[in-house]
Design a protein around this ligand. Structure first.
Ligand SMILES: Nc1ncnc2c1ncn2[C@@H]1O[C@H](COP(=O)(O)OP(=O)(O)OP(=O)(O)O)[C@@H](O)[C@H]1O
Length: 261
């Protein structure tokens, strides 16, 4: 029994295609779990499934023992926040207003304005992704990387116990990637269960406590970065040749790809 997230024997089928096949994932509070795997492996589908956005065929998804899939949306939103791969909005909202959307699950229907605490939490979330100076800017005028940081701030403003992110660094420069992943690690240390899909295996090795390697909808390896990022697995799943070195400071795996492979 885990105190965090437990995905047990979850399968997803779309038409004749099996997208997820008897997937098991456990993520403990206070840890960062990386979902890795090639394009089309099922990472986004797994994140959507955990949030009840994609119907499953059997299996269960629990958080702290509670059935996440059976929960009303509002209750689930008080527990879990999600950063999508790319999020756009039709509404002409400022960056600060987008972040304030993260407070909605905690507001009552008769509440006419955000509380000072809501505003304080949103301000802190924007500051944590270094976007305070963009607070008044219309969201749709922001660059892709700036929008991505605002979406992360929205999720942080939700103060989730379970934080799910789908490639949250895909639009970010290297400084912002490192800063964002450090911020997520801090949230994990504070007790949040963090699960994120990542393509950059060196960042996954550097920031994740555990990795789940998906291939063709199946979990093919799970464990520490050292256990999962092995040359034979990289070859069989990604079709790449690589040498796995050690980071000189952290001792974590550092993948040197064979550029001629
Ligand atoms: N609505 C859909 N209808 C049909 N197939 C779908 C649908 N949504 C996803 N799929 C398929 O399910 C598989 C898994 O997709 P998913 O987006 O979960 O992969 P992923 O690991 O997140 O990939 P990527 O790294 O490219 O984002 C893919 O083969 C995809 O084409």
């Amino acid at each position: 029994m885990t105190g965090g997230l437990a995905v047990r024997d979850v399968s997803v089928r779309l038409g004749a295609q099996t997208i997820l096949d008897a997937v098991d994932v456990v993520a403990e509070p206070g840890t960062v779990t990386g979902l890795i795997g090639p394009n089309g492996a099922g990472k986004s589908t797994l994140l959507h499934t955990i949030l009840g956005l994609t119907p499953t065929e059997g299996g269960s998804v629990t958080f702290e023992g509670a059935d996440l899939l059976a929960m009303p949306r509002r209750s689930r939103a008080q527990i879990a926040a999600f950063v999508e791969q790319s999020a756009s909005t039709e509404a002409r909202l400022t960056a600060h207003e987008v972040v304030m959307l993260g407070r909605i699950p905690f507001q009552t229907v008769w509440q006419v304005a955000p509380t000072p605490q809501d505003t304080q939490v949103a301000d802190a979330a924007l500051a944590s992704v270094d976007m305070t100076s963009f607070a008044g800017r219309l969201y749709h005028t922001l660059s892709g990387g700036e929008q991505q940081r605002v979406q992360i701030a929205r999720a942080l403003a939700q103060q989730p116990r379970l934080l799910l992110l789908d490639e949250p660094t895909s639009h970010l420069d290297i400084h912002a990637q490192l800063a964002t992943l450090s911020q997520l690690r801090l949230r994990a240390v504070a007790g949040t269960t963090v699960v994120l899909a990542l393509h950059d295996l060196n960042l996954a090795a550097g920031f994740c406590d555990r990795l789940v390697l998906l291939h063709n909808g199946k979990v093919v390896a799970t464990g520490t970065p050292e256990e999962v990022l092995t040359p034979p697995l990289l070859r069989s799943v990604y079709g790449v040749e690589a040498t796995v070195l050690r980071h000189p400071d952290s001792g974590r795996p550092l993948i040197a790809y064979d550029l001629h492979g």
